[in-house]
Design a protein around this ligand. Structure first.
Ligand code: SF4
Ligand code: SF4
Ligand code: FES
Length: 250
């Protein structure tokens, strides 16, 4: 049975905007993105919204629904009461282009700053050999769909614009952890760099990033905390420090 949902959507651009109320039809089995599309089709043809797959795999439809960072295509309308006001706003941490569309170029800049995987010079593609355990460890991190909800929710940059320069954010700290754990990576001082140049020290393991990840990646437990331990070992344990100086991975 259909009903009319009370929708409150942020409309505006980088110069400012406001929440506007709408009443939109909802049918059984629909998700928030369906309702936003129906609003666009029937009342607000100029409403800007970004999406691609409608299957939780492209990472395009990130927004805040009742203040919680979520994918619009993976949020069922049945999770809300029929008389509840559902507020949809763009992600708060990134600038707005228009309506529900953010400018997420901050994330692409951070991605470019990460030194890429550096395999041993004498190995050709096809000659890489790894333990299954090592493969499994990085497999979890490779599920990332780059929705940037974790980046959006992290208080280090959500509330402090001035931290953005020095802090890569959970998605990219996780990427650096993945590379540092890779048995064939020969980058000599990734752990030092992630601490000194990409702001791992700002993270105080609140786990908010893990809570919003639609891929259920254990960002904090499996990437950030192990990375902090590796940094502590390499930077502050005198025995490990000396060993690294003498027998650094080639
Ligand atoms: S655990 Fe660290 S990276 Fe994740 S949200 Fe908290 S402070 Fe940010
Ligand atoms: S780690 Fe999770 S929340 Fe962060 S960008 Fe990837 S999929 Fe999105
Ligand atoms: S539209 Fe692709 S993740 Fe939502």
């Amino acid at each position: 049975m259909g009903y009319q949902a009370k929708l409150r959507v942020w409309r505006g651009d980088d110069d400012g905007g406001a929440l506007q109320d709408y009443s939109v039809e909802v049918n059984e089995g629909e998700v928030v993105l369906d309702i936003i599309h129906r609003l666009q089709q029937t009342q607000t043809p100029d409403l800007a919204v970004r999406w691609n797959c409608k299957a939780g795999k492209c990472g395009s439809c990130s927004a805040e629904i009742n203040g919680r960072p979520r994918l619009m295509c993976m949020t069922r309308m049945s999770t809300f009461a029929e008389n509840e006001v559902i507020t949809v706003t763009p992600m708060r941490t990134f600038p707005v282009i228009r309506d529900l569309v953010n400018d997420v170029s901050f994330n692409f800049e951070k991605a470019r700053e990460i030194p890429s995987f550096r395999p041993p010079k004498d190995l050709q593609p096809g000659e890489y050999r790894m333990q299954q355990e090592d493969v499994n460890r990085s497999q979890e991190f490779r599920k990332c769909i780059e929705c940037f909800l974790c980046q959006n929710v992290c208080h280090v940059i959500r509330d402090h614009e001035d931290n953005k320069k020095a802090f890569a954010g959970p998605r990219f700290l996780m990427r650096m952890a993945e590379l540092d754990m890779h048995p064939l990576d020969t980058h000599p001082n990734r752990a030092e760099e992630v601490q000194d140049e990409h702001g791992l020290g700002y993270c105080n393991i609140t786990k908010c990033c893990t809570e919003v990840c639609p891929e259920h990646i254990k960002i904090t437990d499996n990437a950030l905390i192990p990375m902090k331990e590796r940094v502590a070992d390499r930077k502050y344990d005198p025995v490990v420090w000396l060993g690294n100086k003498l027998f650094r991975r080639q």
